[in-house]
Design a protein around this ligand. Structure first.
Ligand SMILES: *Cc1c(COP(=O)(O)O)cnc(C)c1O
Length: 388
């Protein structure tokens, strides 16, 4: 008797449904912004990574349109073949200048930047020490590399030091990998302590600035700048798709590192170069980040305003520690998270429920933007006081 080799798919989906882990997409209409149309209904948007409100900025849009008109819609090949344009180089120089690094390399996404960098920096004879709460792209990059991967307790420097003592000398190279802003929690990695340990144990450090670039640091360079670690030897990863309002990723660091990656990172070598439109939009966004620090001031003002209202009106919320515009509160189970998100949506507020397996415990995750008005934040807090 033959069985349907695809029958397990249905069973697997049923299991996902039963756990209330099932996910599906929701359609947004029109331009991104503080208010968006979600399946026809205008909602205040606390679900976006567009921290500075640049994804709908007319200057970024105009740059993308102009690049598409001048250079076409596709880059037509990998960067080492026919896919390289002057625009790519300009963007890489702008990233290196923002980060104060010798050079930078643009990938087709942040996810691919992590896969390519991690898998080419370490291999079978090497060790990766990885924060337990790291983003999926760091975790999968670690697996892809073939190195021995050991997770350390979240942001726990003592645990990391113990593991380095125990394991470091059995391996050739060692790479410590961490998010800088943890994307589903909102807290920061203890970067200075990680760099100290790395020096002591002759280890490399790779830090993923996806949610920090454009947001943290006096010039918006990220967590590295925030902690005054600019110029120290480390590998910085990031994305063009969050505060930089486009699509793509990058690695920033020494010119030797970047030269090495151009020769060895498979997810850069064997994939098509970024489109002219995406490249130009990111370049325009970086220029705005540099020229308009008031956007960051506004963003942090909004973050502090929300925290202040929470402390005043919702002191019982189980807020996770946060030093970023990502503010989460824990709820008991996935059903409760879905219910709160559903009720908020019915009141015209878009806030996602984040559930396992993305995170160990269910939570409501609020992303604050520079372009939120005080009234948007008031409405969020007022509605939450009514439903939780
Ligand atoms: C979003 C994110 C990525 C992926 O970036 P993309 O450019 O969207 O692929 C990588 N790392 C972290 C920490 C992220 O939050």
């Amino acid at each position: 008797m033959t069985t349907d080799p695809y029958a397990w798919l249905d069973k697997s989906l049923t299991t996902i449904h039963r756990a209330d882990w099932y996910r599906s997409v929701q359609t947004i209409q029109g331009l991104p912004g503080a208010i968006v149309r979600l399946e026809g209904q205008p909602v205040i948007n606390f679900a976006s990574n567009d921290y500075l409100g640049l994804a709908g900025d007319q200057r970024a849009i105009a740059a993308a349109v102009a690049a598409a008109k001048e250079f076409g819609t596709g880059s037509t090949g990998s960067r080492l073949l026919s896919g390289h344009r002057e625009l790519h180089r300009q963007l890489e120089e702008a990233i290196a200048s923002l980060k104060q690094t010798e050079d930078a390399l643009v990938f087709s996404s942040g996810y691919l930047a992590n896969l390519g960098a991690i898998a080419s920096l370490v291999g079978k004879r090497d060790l990766i020490l990885s924060d337990r709460y790291n983003h999926s792209s760091l975790k999968n990059g670690a697996i892809l590399s073939g190195a021995t991967v050991i997770e350390y307790a979240h942001c726990n420097v003592e645990d990391l030091e113990d593991l380095l003592h125990q394991h470091r000398q059995q391996y050739r190279r060692c790479l410590i990998i961490t998010d800088s802003v943890f994307s589903m929690d909102g807290d920061l990695c203890p970067l200075p302590a990680l760099l100290d340990l790395a020096e002591k144990f002759s280890s490399m450090v790779l830090v993923d600035e996806a949610h920090a670039t454009g947001v943290l640091g006096a010039n918006g360079a990220g967590c590295v700048e925030h902690f005054h670690c600019t110029g120290l030897p480390l590998i910085q990863i990031g994305t063009l798709s969050k505060a930089l309002a486009s699509l793509g990723g990058y690695v920033a660091g020494s010119s030797t590192l970047i030269d090495f990656l151009r020769n060895r990172a498979p997810s850069w070598i064997y994939t098509t170069g970024l489109t002219p439109a995406d490249t130009a939009a990111a370049l325009a966004a970086i220029n705005i980040v540099k020229q308009e620090p008031q956007r960051r001031t506004q963003l942090w003002g909004n973050v502090n305003y929300l925290k202040h209202l929470f402390a005043e009106y919702l002191p019982h919320l189980k807020l996770l520690p946060s030093q970023s515009p990502i503010i989460c509160f824990q709820v008991d189970n996935p059903q409760a998270a879905l219910k709160i998100a559903y009720q908020l949506k019915a009141s015209g507020i878009f806030v996602p429920a984040i559930r396992p397996p993305t995170v160990p415990t269910s939570r409501i995750r609020i992303s604050v933007m520079a372009i939120h008005e005080p009234a948007h934040i008031d409405k969020l807090v007022q509605t939450l006081t009514e439903i939780v």
